[in-house]
Design a protein around this ligand. Structure first.
Ligand SMILES: [Zn+2]
Length: 221
C-alpha cells in the first residue's frame, strides 16, 4: 500500500478528467482538483469544473495561466482560428504548445504545497489526437524531471493512457458514474454541455466512443 494517499487531479470538467476524478476518489483518501484558466474560448469550462467539484465535495483550485494564451494563440483560445484536425502530419489547430508540460508542472507544485504525492491526468495516447504532450513517454519523462527538480517522489498517474474512448465510457460506468459523466461534463469545443453540439471534432470523438461503448454493452448483455 502507498503511504501517501493524497492526490491532485488535473481537471477541466470534461469527460476524461471527470472520469479521472471518479477514479481518484475511489483510489485515494483525499482528492483535490486543479483547473487552469488560460482564457480558453469557453469560460463555461471553468464554471462546469467548479460545479462538478462542488457536487463531489472536493477542493477546487483555479490557477491563472493566461500567459499561455499570450504565448501561444490557437483555436482553443481564439475565436478567429478554426478548430480543425491536423492534416498530413501537421498538428491540429487546437494544439497548445507546452500545455501539458506547464499544467503537470504547476499541478505538481500545487501537490507539493498541499502535501500530495500523486498527480492524476486524463491524457491518452490511444485516441492520439496528434498532441505530442499526451504521449506516455512524455509523461514519464516529465515525472522524472519533476522529481529531480524538487528532490521528491511524485507519481503522475494516467489512468486513461491506453484506453480508447469507448473504454473511457466503460470506466465511468464501472465507477457507477456513467450518467453523471454523460450529462454534467463539457467536452465540446462550442461550449455545449453533455452530448454537445455534435459537429466539432471533440463531439465527434466523444460520440463515436459512446456509440461504440453502448454497442459493445448491448452485445455483451
Ligand atoms: Zn461540439
Amino acid at each position: 500500500m502507498e503511504k501517501n494517499k493524497k492526490a491532485v487531479v488535473v481537471f477541466s470538467g470534461g469527460q476524461d478528467s471527470t472520469t479521472c476524478l471518479f477514479w481518484a476518489l475511489k483510489d485515494f483518501d483525499h482528492v483535490e482538483v486543479v483547473t487552469f484558466d488560460y482564457d480558453q474560448r469557453h469560460k463555461a469550462e471553468i464554471e462546469v469544473a467548479k460545479e462538478i467539484a462542488e457536487d463531489q465535495n472536493v477542493k477546487h483550485h483555479v490557477l491563472d495561466m493566461s500567459l499561455l494564451n499570450q504565448l501561444a494563440p490557437n483555436a482553443l483560445t481564439r475565436n478567429d482560428i478554426e478548430v480543425k484536425d491536423g492534416e498530413d502530419g501537421e498538428l491540429p489547430s487546437t494544439f497548445v504548445p507546452g500545455r501539458n508540460l506547464l499544467f503537470l508542472s504547476f499541478a505538481t507544485i500545487l501537490a507539493r504545497q498541499i502535501g500530495a504525492k500523486h498527480i492524476v491526468t486524463g491524457v491518452c495516447e490511444t485516441d492520439f489526437s496528434g498532441y505530442p504532450d499526451c504521449r506516455d513517454v512524455f509523461v514519464k519523462s516529465l515525472n522524472v524531471t519533476l522529481n529531480l527538480s524538487m528532490d521528491d517522489e511524485f507519481v503522475v498517474h494516467t489512468p486513461l493512457m491506453w484506453l480508447d474512448k469507448a473504454q473511457t465510457w466503460e470506466m465511468a460506468d464501472e465507477l457507477n458514474e456513467f450518467e453523471y459523466v454523460r450529462e454534467k461534463t463539457l467536452t465540446c469545443y462550442n461550449g455545449v454541455r453533455g452530448d454537445g453540439c455534435g459537429d466539432c471534432p471533440a463531439c465527434e470523438l466523444r460520440q463515436n466512443g459512446l456509440d461504440t461503448y453502448l454497442e459493445r454493452k448491448e452485445v455483451n448483455s
